[in-house]
Structures are given as C-alpha cells and as structure tokens.
Design a protein. Structure first.
Length: 275
C-alpha cells in the first residue's frame, strides 16, 4: 500500500496544500507571506532595512468609489458589480449560469482586497517573499543617455503619468545615477477608418486612441544576464490543464509594479524626463 508521507513538524501545515499551494497564493495576494525560508530570514531582514519605502500621497479607502471607465466589452464578457451603487466593477464571462455567477461573485467579494482598480491601490509583493535582481554581464559598463526632444503635444501625457507613479509611491526621485534610460510615448491605435490625405484621396488608417508612456530599457536589457528559462513551456502548461473542467485567467494589473527591485539594483532602472 502507498501512504502519503507525513508533514515535517518543522513545516507549518497551514501553508501546505497538495492541490497547488493555495494558501500560500492567498497569503501572497493579501500581502502576508509569513513564512520566509529559514535560510532567507537574515538576508530578507537586511533587504527590508535597505529597501526604500515611499508612502502613497493619496490613500484609497474601501468605501471610496473607484473612478473606473466602463469600456465596451467583447460579446462573451460582462460586467459584475461587487459593491452597492455600482461600486467595484469586475469583468466576468457572460455565459455563466446563475449559480456559477453567484458563486464567482461571492468569491470575488470575499477577496476584494486582492483586487485593485487604481495604481495607487497596488500593494505589491512583500520583499521577504520575492525580489527582482538585475544581474549584469561582466563586460558591460553603465549607459547614461541624454533626454531627447519630446513632442510638445505629449508633454502633458508624460508629466501626468510620472506624477501618478510618484503619488502612488511606485517611483521616487534620485539626484544622480550611472544608469539613465529614456522615456518614450507609444500611440495606442484603435480600429481602422478612412480619411482624406493631403491630396484629397481616401486612405485607410488606424485612429490613435491614446498614448502609452514607456521606458526604453534596451541598453539595460543588452547588459543584463539572460534568463534561459523565464516561463514554462506550452506542453507543460497543457499537461497541467488536462482533465480540469475550469481554468482562470487573472489580469495582473500593472504587474511589473508589484515585484520590488533589489535596493542594490534600483539605480539601474533610473529614467529621465524633461521636467
């Protein structure tokens, strides 16, 4: 007969789940990873001491209605409301039956603190649980790039985005750094339309619906050691999904803001903008 091995008394059984470490995931989502590995305690305590913590200037409360623009959804999706007076909207599948919909909404309501609607509400992952390191190749030297001219039409776009991140405590100012990257604005393009060009001819084009502010980290990426196994292979994912009735997709809202960067590597992500 085959018997399951008993859990070591040194291991906290409340954080053990044979179906996928669900309790650890819940602790992660609620920003409460209480069990760093024993050999990491000293390291993480020193990291926490060095980690620069920037408190948001404006805190959001649970009773405050998030200002979320309800956009038109694809035909198979629908909005569900987690609060009263149309507060806390989320997107769910439209083809759920009434029991599935009620069950899903109840789960989302019970885990509402793990969901954010605004950048300022991002709690991030506790540095004792996870830190991002930027390891460089030995033959690369720091790159300091000077800010180029920016189209006056998008000055306000960049300024608004930077101020939003500063207010949320996700970035902070620094006086000097050996690494400096550039800010770019990329147009968000919508559907196709037909317009007249300078020669009064009808031509098809995509409408610009907005702008995405991004940092050009190509120089830093060239100097960074390559991770040869960053994501699981597709066949591995299919094996894990096989035989399951449901699978879920989670939208990692601004996920790159949720993993803190090691204090020793933060200066490598420095960027400049013309204000």
């Amino acid at each position: 007969a085959i018997h399951d091995e008993s859990i070591s008394p040194e291991f906290n059984a409340t954080y053990y789940d044979p179906e996928g470490d669900i309790l650890i995931l819940e602790a992660l989502l609620n920003n409460d990873p209480k069990l760093p590995q024993s050999n990491q305690k000293d390291y993480f305590s020193s990291v926490r001491k060095d980690l620069k913590v920037v408190e948001p200037k404006n805190q959001s409360s649970d009773d405050e209605r998030p200002k979320v623009e309800l956009k038109e959804l694809l035909p198979h999706l629908d909005y569900a409301i987690l609060g009263e007076n149309e507060k806390w909207p989320v997107i769910i599948a439209k083809d759920l039956n009434i029991n599935e919909k009620i069950t899903l909404i109840n789960v989302l309501k019970s885990r509402k603190k793990a969901i954010v609607w605004k950048v300022i509400d991002i709690r991030g992952i506790d540095p004792e649980f996870c830190l991002h390191k930027i390891l460089l190749e030995e033959d690369f030297s720091p790159k300091l790039q000077s800010q180029r001219r920016v189209n006056p039409k998008i000055h306000d776009v960049i300024k608004k985005e930077v101020e939003k991140l500063l207010d949320a405590g996700l970035i902070y100012t620094i006086s000097d750094s050996p690494w400096v990257s550039l800010v770019h604005c990329i147009p968000k393009k919508g559907g196709m339309t037909v317009i007249k060009n300078d020669e009064n001819e009808l031509v098809s084009t995509r409408l610009v619906t907005g702008w995405s502010v991004c940092i050009d980290y190509r120089k830093l990426n060239e100097a960074t050691r390559k991770d040869h196994f960053p994501l699981p292979f597709m066949d591995q994912m299919l094996e894990r999904l096989a035989g399951n009735e449901y699978y879920c997709f989670l939208d990692g809202f601004s996920g790159y803001f949720q993993i803190p960067i090691d204090p020793k590597d933060q200066e490598k992500t420095t960027f400049t903008y013309p204000y």
